[in-house]
Each structure stands twice: as structure tokens, then as C-alpha cells.
Design a protein around this ligand. Structure first.
Ligand code: NAP
Length: 199
């Protein structure tokens, strides 16, 4: 399979790359442009990326800019970071990408446990996670040509314990192998319209 991986240099993305690249051709994308440059906050940039990479069987997005902010100080602009980034960025990867992806292809997006289980300061992130989860359930019914759409929704991942462990007090971090397996179930399996929770 030829797979386009957005966010390939990230904590989760690099684990996806290490595993999937043993079996598939993986095209790495991100703002720093390893194989392909893209800023998912820009629909024009997404369109340009799809035109430049061509022939894609599967799209995985492990990028999702969003902002944490204490609720009493949260501004509209704080919320829009996630709406333009993690939400519309991923929605546009599907809306625009449906014209470019091969027949029978798949889109796999990424949200997170904060859709169900918020932490302090997560309201804007929880909102966009929930929005993307609901989008996937609906989009899977309407997308054509045998294309599938799923979302992997992990809790705190083991590689992020140092960075975020204090924020997620009491959450059990999941091993990276379980997280990668969530993407495998989506890309290599038959499922569609699923929120693949890795809790
Ligand atoms: N880490 C966790 O414990 C955890 C748990 C649950 C859910 N998640 C979710 O999983 C996703 C990935 O998390 P992560 O921890 O792996 O993040 P990360 O380490 O910060 O990596 C983010 C990746 O996305 C790319 N990126 C950032 N902004 C972008 C943009 N506007 N356009 C294109 N690419 C962009 C970055 O590369 P460039 O900077 O080169 O663009 C990088 O490759 C996020 O949606 C996060 O909320 C993470």
C-alpha cells in the first residue's frame, strides 16, 4: 500500500512510520515537509499536497494542533486554534482527499480520550475531538468508491508520559504498540465509521 502519513515526525507519527514502513511505502508529510510539505490549517496547502504526492491508498493524520487554556481565561481565539487545526484540518483532509485517494482507500484521523474524559484546561481540545469523532461516523456513510473513514482515539500514550503525565494524573498511559495497532486496524482492516478507542 502507498500511505500518506501527516504528522510523521511527531510522537505518535514516528511510531506509525517505524512500523508501517516495514510493509508499506509511507510518504511522510508535515509542515517541515519531509517527503511532502503541508500545513493542515490551510485547505490550499492540503490540495497542493495531494496533487504533488498522487496515487495514495491510505491517508493517516497524526497531526492535530489545538490549544489548552484554563477555562476562566479561555478566549474565542484559543478555541479557534483547534477548530482550524485539529478539526477542520482533518475534516479537509477527507473532504479534499476524497477526490485524490484511490478506490477502496482509507482515511484514518486522530482525536483522543479528552472527547470523553476531560482534564483541566481541555475544553477546546475536548470540543474538537468530539467534533472529529462525530464527523467520522457521518462521513463513512456518505463517502463513495469504497473509501473508508475511521478515527484513532487514544488516551495518554507512553512516549508522552514525561511531557504530559502530570496533566493526566490518574490516567493509565497506553503502550505505543497498542496505539500503532489502532491505526493498523483502520488501514489494513475492513472497518469504517469507527472511533477506535485505545484506552
Ligand atoms: N501524545 C499523546 O499522548 C496523545 C494522546 C491522545 C491523542 N493525541 C493526539 O495525537 C495527535 C498527535 O499527537 P503527538 O503527541 O504525536 O503530537 P506531536 O508530537 O506534537 O507531533 C505533531 C506532528 O504533527 C505535525 N504538525 C503539527 N502542526 C501541523 C500542521 N498545522 N500541519 C501539518 N502538520 C502539523 C508536526 O510536524 P511539523 O511540526 O513538522 O508540522 C508533527 O509531526 C494530536 O492530535 C494529539 O492531540 C496525542
Amino acid at each position: 500500500m502507498r500511505i500518506l502519513l501527516i504528522g510523521a515526525s511527531g510522537t505518535i507519527g514516528r511510531r506509525i512510520y517505524d512500523d508501517f514502513s516495514k510493509k508499506h511505502e509511507v510518504v511522510k508529510a508535515g509542515r517541515s515537509g519531509e517527503d511532502a510539505a503541508v500545513d493542515i490549517t490551510s485547505p490550499a496547502s492540503i490540495e497542493e499536497m495531494y496533487k504533488s504526492v498522487g496515487n495514495i491508498d491510505s491517508v493517516i493524520c497524526a497531526a492535530g494542533p489545538a490549544k489548552f487554556a484554563q477555562f476562566g481565561e479561555m478566549t474565542e481565539d484559543d478555541v479557534y486554534v483547534g477548530i482550524h487545526g485539529k478539526m477542520m484540518g482533518q475534516v479537509n483532509l477527507v473532504l479534499i482527499g476524497q477526490k485524490y485517494i484511490n478506490d477502496g482507500g482509507s482515511f484514518t484521523l486522530t482525536t483522543g480520550i479528552l472527547a470523553d474524559d476531560p482534564i483541566a484546561g481541555s475544553a477546546a481540545v475536548s470540543l474538537v475531538n468530539g467534533g472529529v469523532n462525530s464527523f467520522v461516523i457521518a462521513a463513512a456513510h456518505e463517502v463513495k468508491r469504497g473509501i473508508r473513514v475511521n478515527v484513532v482515539c487514544p488516551t495518554l500514550v507512553e512516549d508522552s508520559i514525561e511531557a504530559y503525565g502530570d496533566w493526566f494524573a490518574g490516567f493509565d498511559p497506553v503502550p505505543m504498540s497498542r496505539v500503532v495497532n489502532g491505526y493498523k486496524r483502520s488501514v489494513e482492516g475492513l472497518i469504517t465509521g469507527r472511533i477506535i478507542k485505545i484506552y
